[in-house]
Ligand binder design. Structure first.
Ligand SMILES: *Cc1c(COP(=O)(O)O)cnc(C)c1O
Length: 401
């Protein structure tokens, strides 16, 4: 027998954890084990004719690192394997990815429907910037798919959602909204950061495009920013690639390399963080100083049934609503020794934030209350510390309230 007949030579026969270590990797003539970092902006060609053919897309190759770089390629391929997507493009940040995914699909005169509970920057793009360029938008309460159906217009080209939402972990029914979008000829774009690629597969549920802030669980160690857009070969190599190529929100090869390394431990990290989050949510749900714990796979979640249906597990994030309002939330956060106060998430370090006075301070009181951003609300991103240390830290904090 030889290696040639080994079925695992076929990448599609490998499990996700294996894909995240080897997938998309390509070796140079030096046979390095770790993926090579190509820190070059341009490329030279063996002949003028070669350059001509390359620019006509008649031969394969790289011509400029704004849109073509071997380290970027490896990261994109590994991301596509993780998501089960035909193709992926990497961006400088998660916001660059979301902006490109949306704007590459619309032109003046079109209309966007979006769930109103969105990451701050995403809401800004849809609600403030798109209309400036003649693309109207309607924000709806995403918890009921009927709200999307009512908001659709003949010129609606994009439906944009995030699920679970930031910071209150409300859910949007991806399959139901995909059906509504497609019935009106619109594309469904899903920002999948809060669920992670491990626990929710929007493309399988009918979404057309999935976006990530790679800054979060994909790097997962608080080092670099990055973003990814995934979908069919046609959409990604067409609209999304062209928009990236011409507008230039490109990822640095160095950041792509760091993110490739992040993916090697992604499966392990997200699993461990989810185990701890489940344990913490169960313990805090019974605490007398907490009004409610919002965690998708906890039976008290108002959309528990949907959470079980569309998410394999319940995320590494949760929201806690403390009974004593903002004062209690501040006292609690300020008493923690292991959990850090930070608005980032998906990090190896556990992080807690008070959305009302930080990430969601810009919203009007009406919208904040509509989206559940109450004075006592905190968002907790569970990290890789020992789960019992985290529980002890959180219990100590609650004792101080
Ligand atoms: C962080 C985040 C973004 C933006 O990503 P950046 O990398 O910070 O630009 C978008 N959507 C969600 C849900 C996020 O958590």
């Amino acid at each position: 027998m030889s290696k040639a007949s080994n079925p695992l030579l076929d990448p599609s026969k490998r499990a996700a954890a294996t894909q995240m270590v080897h997938g998309g990797g390509r070796r140079t003539a030096f046979n390095e084990t770790s993926e090579a970092l190509f820190l070059n902006s341009g490329y030279s060609y063996p002949s003028s004719e070669h350059a001509e053919l390359l620019f006509q897309n008649r031969i394969e190759g790289h011509n400029y690192s704004r849109f073509a770089n071997p380290t970027m390629d490896m990261f994109q391929e590994r991301m596509a394997l993780l998501e089960g997507a035909e193709a992926a493009r990497a961006f400088a940040t998660g916001m660059a990815a979301v902006t490109n995914a949306i704007l590459s699909q619309v032109r003046a005169g079109d209309h966007i429907v979006a769930a109103q509970a969105l990451f701050g920057g995403c809401r800004y793009v849809v609600e403030d910037y798109a209309p400036r360029f003649g693309v109207a938008s309607t924000m709806v309460d995403g918890r009921d798919p009927e709200n999307f159906a009512r908001a659709m217009r003949p010129n609606t080209k994009v439906v944009f959602i995030e699920t679970p939402t930031n910071p209150t972990l409300e859910l949007v029914d991806i399959a139901a909204v995909a059906e509504i979008a497609h019935a009106h000829g619109a594309k469904l774009i899903v920002d999948n950061v809060f669920s992670t690629a491990l626990w929710q597969k929007p493309l399988q549920l009918g979404a057309d495009i999935v976006t990530y802030s790679a800054t979060k669980h994909i790097d997962g160690q608080g080092r670099v920013l990055g973003g990814v857009v995934l979908g069919s070969r046609q959409l990604i190599e067409g609209d999304v690639h062209t928009f990236l190529r011409q507008t230039g929100a490109s990822i640095s090869p160095f950041n792509a390399w760091v993110l490739l390394k992040g993916l090697e431990t992604y499966d392990l990290r997200v699993r461990q963080m989810t185990d701890s989050a489940e344990k913490i949510a169960a313990a805090l749900a019974r605490h007398p100083k907490i009004e409610r714990v919002i965690y998708p796979h906890h039976p008290s979640h108002p959309q528990y049934e949907l959470a079980r249906r569309q998410m394999a597990r319940g995320s590494t994030l949760m929201a806690l609503d403390l009974k004593g309002g903002q004062e209690a939330a501040f006292t609690f956060s300020d008493s923690l020794a292991v959990v850090l106060i930070s608005n980032n998430l998906g990090d190896a370090k556990s992080l807690i934030t008070h959305p009302r006075t930080t990430t969601h301070a810009r919203l009007t009181e009406e919208v904040r209350l509509e989206t559940g951003v109450t004075p006592g609300l905190l968002r907790l991103s569970v990290g890789l510390e020992d789960a019992d240390d985290l529980l002890a830290d959180l219990m100590y904090g609650l004792d101080q309230v």
